[in-house]
Each structure stands twice: as structure tokens, then as C-alpha cells.
Design a protein around this ligand. Structure first.
Ligand SMILES: *[C@@H]1O[C@H](CO)[C@@H](O)[C@H](O)[C@H]1NC(C)=O
Ligand SMILES: *[C@@H]1O[C@H](CO)[C@@H](O)[C@H](O)[C@H]1NC(C)=O
Ligand SMILES: *[C@@H]1O[C@H](CO)[C@@H](O)[C@H](O)[C@H]1NC(C)=O
Ligand SMILES: *[C@@H]1O[C@H](CO)[C@@H](O)[C@H](O)[C@H]1NC(C)=O
Length: 499
């Protein structure tokens, strides 16, 4: 902008400096002083199916999952991998350049007695969220479950959810996975040794588990309403918190009662028959207290293409499809999945994020597949979260170097314009980003250059020269402000090389 003869431009606390052309130069320090902390997430840019922040930047996320699958339903704050999520944990993640954690918020921990929330538990979850915020990490609030309930050797819903008389005795868990139902204690819980004899993923096909999911979806005894009320409670907790990427309604929802309606097993059918109604119910409750936070919704785990007719409340501008990639149940490559989810995005007018994929030590085929996945995520411009944080550590409580290398890639966490492409080369650690600047965005592009990957620093080359103003925000982040002289829509490319 041109300096006028009046001093009105100078009244802000931001220091205004002049460059040699006599125009107002960008002032990185001033911008950060005026806009401290993590920026709130904004809408989905429905023209390119990407997440924005409140400054209009396109945002990308690399991260991991932290989910405590048993009481007390949260990780300890004392560093003790794989059992902790405290200061040392978030510092380690920050050094790897991780900017998001999908953090399990178990309903079982939050509402141990029906209608009575455990505020102590909810406050612990919020304090972990705030700890992450202090280290530059966003949180995806995740109501997690696997096989729904303790009564089914799984976890997720509170113990009061499942009633023992829902199925006749000959159909009790885990029939037909096993011919004879398990013995249970006075609380209806099977023994640990019986549970240990099962392949949990097959347990979804048992009569009792299908029946219980069916009752959640058809709001038996207002159980769907209770689920939605829990989401309202979570939204009340987090509505003013800056570092919330979104609300992930339910992890890996099963199809429902496929014994009563076998068509639910056809990929995509359960999405619109069962899930859509519950997602709308929960989203309605969230929106009574929080109009803005993105709502992440999942389809059933083995869908090839999404079967939803509508995203929650029909508003794709605040909805993100949360999907997972494991093989099995997926049959194709992750590239096929990315292409399918982009097709879903275009139909549903939303964005999508890979919220779980394999990130643990395996044989050379698996490690090659992880490399392929993170490379393809760059190519298709997909944000991702590995499963899971605890798998990062080896027996010496150090990150496995092989896994740390996957987490500590360079990537653009924020782009002040429209991305064309980005790519991290895991061999020589070089990174290239191309985008078209949007002059209306005064916030900077931010590239995560993890100290783990660039311990001696990095070199930066920008084309056209001087189109961006460089600023080292912190040891792991390079900021690039659009120079005043750069035209709107100018294509710029940034190349990083390791020192
Ligand atoms: C609430 O959560 C806290 C923290 O885990 C726990 O100590 C307490 O026993 C819980 N209260 C109930 C009623 O479950
Ligand atoms: C949400 O937006 C609607 C429409 O603008 C408004 O009436 C309502 O008060 C808002 N609710 C909250 C919780 O901000
Ligand atoms: C564990 O990680 C450390 C640090 O990255 C590494 O030096 C060591 O070789 C690893 N040990 C194993 C058993 O992987
Ligand atoms: C990555 O860098 C290596 C070494 O410089 C180079 O041989 C390779 O072609 C690069 N890969 C890609 C995909 O650019």
C-alpha cells in the first residue's frame, strides 16, 4: 500500500517500515506481535476442497494419534512412552514438525454415570489440548471407539450404554465369532483372557455388536441423543480454544444392525441409512454452542467411495471427511484412496483428511508402503495423521529413526495463496513449494522445517527473487510474507535445501 500524507497508517502498534521504493514494507515481527499464537481454523475452501484458517490461508497438517483405550481414558503427563502425553511428548512432536494430534476424548471417561459428566476428566483433556497449543500443535477432538464397548471386548461408550437383555442368550457376544457366548462378571464384562482370544476387527460382525450400533443409530432409549449431548458438552469446552482443528464425531463407526438389514453391509449404504442421521443429530447440538469449528465425519471403514447424501447439516463449508487407510480392509493402493476421496470432496463440496494410516515399524514392504503414502499425500495435497504416537518409540524410549524420518518431513502448514504443488524429497531432504499468491492475505506462508531434519539449518531460494519476504518464525518454521511489490496471482516457487 502507498503511504499517504496522513499518519493514519501509523496508528497501529505494528511498526511500519519503508523499503527503498517508498511503499509500506511487510513487517514480520509486527505481524506476529499483533497475531500471536495459533490461528483459528476457518472454512473449507470449497473451490479447491482444502481447509483454511481465519486469515484465508490454506492449511496442511502432519500429525499423529494419541488415544488411551482404557481407564482412566487419558495418558499420563509424566514422560513414559508409550503411556504418556505430557510436556516432553509435545516437545518431541514439535521437534519432528508435527502440527496436529488427533486426541481421543473417550465418552466412557466423560460420562461414567448417565447424565453426569466427569468435569475432572474433561478438564484433564482440555489441559492436554492447551499444552499442545503452547507447542504449536492443533488438536482434532476425537470421540474414539473400537468395537463400541467393554461388554464386547472393545472400548468407547460408557458401561451403562449396553444392556445385557438386548439380544437373546444364544446371540450374546461373541456369537457367531465363537459358538458359545463368553461368561461375564456382574457388570456384564467378559474376562481379559476370553477377549484376548478374539481378532477384534472380526468382532464387528457379531450379533451383539451390530445390535448395539443399531440402537445408537435408531436412538433407542435416547442413546443417540446422549451421544449428541456429549458432543454439545465437548463443543462448550472447546468453542473458544484456538488450536482446535475440528470435532471428529466418531471413530470408525460400524454399519449398524446388519442382521436386521443385510443391505447395510453393501459399501456406502450405511453411510446414508444410518450414519447421516446421527451425524446430523450431533452436529445440531454442537451448533447450538459453536457455529464455527469444523466437523469431521467418518463413513464406515471399508467404504470405497463415500455413501453420504449430505454432510452433517448439509454444509460442506464446515465439514471434513475423516478417513483411514489400512490394507486390509482397503484393497487398492493409498493413491486409489486419495483419488476416491477427492472425488467425494467434489461431490460433497468438502475437504478430507487422512486421520489414520499405518505408522509403526514393520517389514520392508510395510516401510516402503509408508514412504509411498507420505509421498503421495504431498502429490495429492492431503493432510495426514499416523497411527499412532506410541509406536514412534523404540526400546530406548527414543523415536525409531525410521519412523521419525516419516514424521519429520518438510511441508507447508499455511499457504497465503492457492497451492499448485509441494514435495519433500526424503533422500536429500530438499523441499519445493509452488503457489499463486493472494494479496488479500496479509498472513504469511509458513513452511515447517523440523529441527530433527535440518539440524544445521537450510538454504532458501525463491522465484521470482524478492517476491516473498523471509522471516525465521522459530527454529522449525520459515515464514514467507508476500512482498508489497508482488502482483496478486503471481506464481511463486520456494526451494529449500538442507545445510
Ligand atoms: C472422574 O475422572 C477422574 C480422573 O480420571 C477420576 O479420578 C474420577 O474417579 C472420575 N469420577 C468418576 C465418578 O468416575
Ligand atoms: C450461530 O449463528 C446464528 C445465525 O447467525 C446465530 O443466530 C446464533 O446465535 C449463533 N450461535 C452461536 C452459539 O454463536
Ligand atoms: C532407537 O533410537 C535411537 C535414537 O534414534 C537409535 O540411536 C537406536 O539405534 C534405536 N534403537 C533401536 C533398537 O531401534
Ligand atoms: C531426490 O533427491 C535425490 C538426490 O538428490 C535425487 O536423485 C532424486 O531424483 C530426487 N527425487 C525426486 C522425486 O525428486
Amino acid at each position: 500500500m502507498k503511504l499517504s500524507s496522513t499518519n493514519t497508517l501509523l496508528i497501529s502498534t505494528v511498526t511500519v517500515v519503508l523499503n527503498s521504493l517508498g511503499t509500506v514494507a511487510v513487517d514480520p515481527q509486527g505481524w506476529y506481535a499483533a497475531n500471536p499464537g495459533l490461528s483459528k481454523i476457518g472454512l473449507v475452501d470449497q473451490s479447491i476442497n482444502q481447509i483454511t484458517d481465519v486469515y484465508g490461508r490454506i492449511r496442511f497438517f502432519h500429525g499423529t494419534n494419541v488415544v488411551m483405550k482404557s481407564a482412566p481414558w487419558y495418558r499420563s503427563s509424566n514422560f513414559d512412552p508409550p503411556n504418556s502425553f505430557g510436556l516432553q511428548d509435545v516437545q518431541n512432536l514439535q521437534a519432528l514438525g508435527v502440527n496436529v494430534v488427533r486426541l481421543g476424548h473417550h465418552w466412557a471417561g466423560a460420562e461414567p454415570v448417565r447424565g453426569q459428566y466427569n468435569q475432572t476428566f474433561l478438564d484433564i483433556m482440555k489441559s492436554q489440548t492447551q499444552l499442545a497449543e503452547a507447542h504449536g500443535i492443533y488438536i482434532l477432538v476425537d470421540v474414539h471407539q473400537d468395537v463400541l464397548a467393554g461388554q464386547f471386548c472393545g472400548h468407547g461408550v460408557p458401561n451403562w450404554f449396553v444392556q445385557s437383555n438386548w439380544v437373546p442368550s444364544y446371540k450374546k457376544f461373541p456369537v457367531p465369532q465363537k459358538i458359545i457366548p463368553f461368561a461375564t462378571d456382574s457388570n456384564g464384562m467378559p474376562s481379559a483372557s476370553d477377549c484376548g482370544s478374539l481378532d477384534w476387527s472380526v468382532s464387528y460382525l457379531t450379533a451383539a455388536v451390530c445390535n448395539a450400533f443399531g440402537r445408537l443409530y435408531n436412538n433407542y432409549d435416547n442413546l443417540g441423543d446422549s451421544f449428541a449431548s456429549y458432543w454439545k458438552k465437548l463443543a462448550q469446552q472447546y468453542v473458544t480454544t484456538n488450536n482446535i482443528l475440528g470435532y471428529n464425531l466418531l471413530n470408525e463407526p460400524w454399519v449398524g444392525d446388519s442382521y436386521a438389514n443385510p443391505s447395510l453391509l453393501v459399501p456406502g449404504v450405511a453411510d446414508h441409512v444410518n450414519l447421516e442421521g446421527l451425524w446430523n443429530k450431533a452436529a445440531t447440538q454442537i451448533r447450538t454452542v459453536d457455529n464455527n469449528t469444523l466437523i469431521f465425519f467418518e463413513g464406515t471403514t471399508y467404504d470405497i467411495l463415500s455413501g453420504f447424501n449430505n454432510v452433517p447439516l448439509g454444509d460442506g463449508s464446515r465439514s471434513v471427511q475423516s478417513y483411514h487407510y489400512y490394507k486390509p480392509p482397503q484393497v487398492g493402493t493409498i493413491e486409489d484412496t486419495f483419488k476416491n476421496r477427492i472425488q467425494d470432496n467434489q461431490r460433497l463440496k468438502t475437504a478430507s483428511v487422512l486421520t489414520e494410516h499405518t505408522m509403526w515399524m514393520g517389514d520392508s514392504t510395510q516401510m516402503t508402503n509408508i514412504q509411498f503414502a507420505v509421498d503421495k499425500a504431498d502429490q495429492y495435497m492431503m493432510s495426514w495423521m499416523g497411527w499412532a504416537y506410541e509406536n514412534l518409540y523404540n526400546s530406548t524410549q527414543q523415536p525409531y529413526p525410521e519412523l521419525a524420518a516419516f514424521y519429520s518431513r518438510a511441508y507447508p502448514s499455511a499457504i497465503a495463496g492457492t497451492p499448485t504443488s509441494f514435495h519433500f524429497n526424503s533422500t536429500d531432504k530438499s523441499f519445493a513449494l509452488v503457489y499463486k499468491v493472494k494479496k488479500a492475505i496479509t498472513a504469511p506462508t509458513e513452511i515447517v522445517l523440523p529441527t530433527y531434519t535440518y539440524p544445521q539449518g537450510y538454504n532458501v531460494a525463491v522465484t521470482p527473487a524478492n517476491s516473498l519476504v523471509q522471516f525465521v518464525k522459530d527454529s522449525g518454521t520459515l515464514s514467507l510474507f508476500t512482498a508489497d511489490t508482488t502482483a496478486d496471482g503471481q506464481t511463486v516457487s520456494v526451494t529449500i535445501t538442507k545445510q
